[in-house]
Write a protein that binds this ligand. Structure first.
Ligand code: XMP
Length: 512
């Protein structure tokens, strides 16, 4: 497998995705992972990521020189290349032009090693993003290609299988970057593409069995979202009836959601499902609560209480399954400080310790797209695997102001209409999220000959790749018109529909 050393590049995860898409398992480690640990990991190849620092800087993240002497094929990308030069006696300087950001064309000089899939003289479109650049190669290195801005942008010392690129092969703006990475993985490092959905499902099942032993009981909090659903099916394959899934209906779910979870997991997958209707308790707890953060806290606290009560009823439970994904794992080991908390997210943090349960995280090594692929390998329906994200506090954060049963009814009915129309238009999977928000205002309307003074619904639909940034979706006007007229005509109590045209930042996706 491959180890990627992270020097703080915004693209490190992307490198990992590209390697795995090529069928090779890889892990991201901090740049300062001890050399003994690296030896123990025994990777077949190393990739040094880019990073924002300057290699000669005082606080620059630097791995030790020994990393380059392990005899492992190594590819340095951008800062990674500059660090190779730093350790091996090359020279790095601030580009006098103030750096190079954007497209460039590399002319291939030597079609060998990482360039073995090209011919001499080929032009490769690449993406540059660097302030410093290599101005003298270390001893024994040769140039494989050049651009006008960076004469030394692809270099190698082939006898030691050391390669360096100034540009970023991992980004989409380097269209043939994947071939370069694959040449490194397959031709240089001699790896084979064996990391497939079927193989990682099999490994994950074996790991769960090993952890839980032959007789331990295991519990899992099922939300109906992609991650907990895949974790549930995978663990059931591993443990059968020793797995109990607890599904808490907090009364803040969308129309038909609780029924659908029961139908799918109890009916179709024959799971040991404990579905708890705690809606009355949540609504009671939310009575009079208006402040968004307060709502989130109340819901988080009640969820833990209810979950804990249910979990205690599972006699002899020793383990709790969590659907942690690889990006969360990387985030927690990353050396960049945690980004500021904008909204308190609700999850079951702290539960395993409190309940004295061990933790099983079968998806810990996977990216989201790999979780979906695993779900497909497990025979799960697309309808679950390609579901849009839904926040833990549910409709409570889309029902602005106090949450009441009547407001939830209005919001649920409107949301179901928007959802139906989005699906009918074939847009559901291309949108990150599409949902309704019930505004805390009333406005005047006229229906027939009567004046109305009713609620307003906002339509929110966004494109995003990770939820961190988002842009509002340009939905077709006729679709918006249909949704608006259906909501106003079919949902009692609504006389106005508005469209949210804000991007994130500075807005957020949810309204609370
Ligand atoms: P915001 O509103 O912060 O949301 O732009 C970003 C993404 O996170 C989802 N979200 C949550 N997910 N628990 C979750 O599991 C939460 O408490 C929560 N709050 C927001 C939101 O739907 C969007 O996809």
């Amino acid at each position: 497998f491959v180890v990627i050393l992270d020097f703080g590049s915004q693209y490190t995860q992307l490198i990992a995705r590209r390697v795995r898409e090529s069928g090779v398992y890889c892990e991201i480690h901090r740049f300062d992972v001890p050399i003994a640990e690296l030896r123990r990991l025994a990777p077949r190849a190393l990739i040094l990521s880019g990073g924002p620092a300057s290699v000669y800087g005082d606080n620059a993240p630097r791995c030790s020189r020994e990393v380059l002497e392990l005899g492992v094929p190594t590819l340095g990308i951008c800062y990674g290349l500059q660090l190779m030069a730093y350790h091996l006696g090359g020279k790095v300087e601030r580009a006098h032009t103030g750096g190079e950001y954007g497209p460039a064309t590399v002319r291939v000089e030597r079609p060998t090693g990482i360039f073995s899939r090209f011919a001499e003289g080929d032009a490769i479109d690449v993406w540059m993003s660097h302030g410093d650049r290599l101005t003298a190669m270390p001893e024994g290195f040769v140039s494989l290609g050049t651009t006008t801005g960076s004469p030394l942008c692809a270099v190698a010392r082939e006898r030691d299988k050391l390669y360096g690129l100034q540009f970023h092969p991992e980004v989409v703006h380097t269209p043939r970057g994947k071939e370069i990475l694959q040449s490194f993985l397959f031709d240089v490092a001699g790896l084979s593409p064996t990391w497939t959905p079927a193989s990682f499902v099999e490994e994950a099942i074996a790991a769960v069995r090993e952890k839980a032993g032959p007789s331990d009981r295991v519990i899992l909090g099922l939300s109906g979202g992609v991650d907990s659903s895949v974790a549930a099916v995978l663990c059931q394959r591993a443990l059968g009836d020793r797995l109990t899934c607890i599904f808490v209906d907090n009364g803040l779910l969308r129309e038909g959601e609780a029924e659908s979870v029961e139908r799918t997991f109890r009916g179709h997958f024959h799971m040991n499902l404990d579905a708890v209707d705690a809606s009355a308790r949540f609504l009671e707890g939310l009575r009079g609560v208006v402040d968004p953060e307060q709502k989130r806290k109340v819901i988080g606290r009640l969820f833990i209480e209810v979950f804990e009560e249910e979990a205690k009823r599972v006699q002899g439970a020793k383990w709790l399954v969590q659907g942690t994904l690889y990006p969360d794992v990387i985030e927690s080991v990353s050396f960049k400080g945690p980004s500021a908390v904008i909204k308190s997210h609700h999850n079951v943090g702290g539960l395993p310790e409190r309940m004295n349960l061990g933790l099983i995280e079968p998806l810990r090594e996977l990216f989201k797209d790999e979780v979906r692929a695993a779900g497909e390998a497990l025979g799960m329906p697309r309808d679950i695997l390609y579901r849009q994200p839904f926040p833990g506090p549910g409709l409570a954060v889309r029902c602005l102001g106090e949450v009441t049963p009547e407001k939830l009814r209005v919001l649920r009915e409107a949301d179901a209409i928007f959802d139906q129309e989005i699906r009918a238009a074939g847009l559901y999977e291309s949108l990150w999220q599409s949902f309704c928000v019930l505004l805390p205002v009333r406005s005047v309307g006229v229906m027939g000959d009567e004046r109305t003074y009713d609620e307003a619904i906002a339509l929110r639909a966004v494109h995003s790749t990770d939820g961190m940034t988002a842009d509002w979706a340009r939905l077709p006007y006729d679709l918006i018109a249909r949704v608006s007229s259906r909501i106003i005509n079919e949902v009692r109590g609504v006389n106005r529909v508005v469209l949210d045209v804000s991007s994130k930042p500075p807005s957020t996706i949810e309204w609370e």
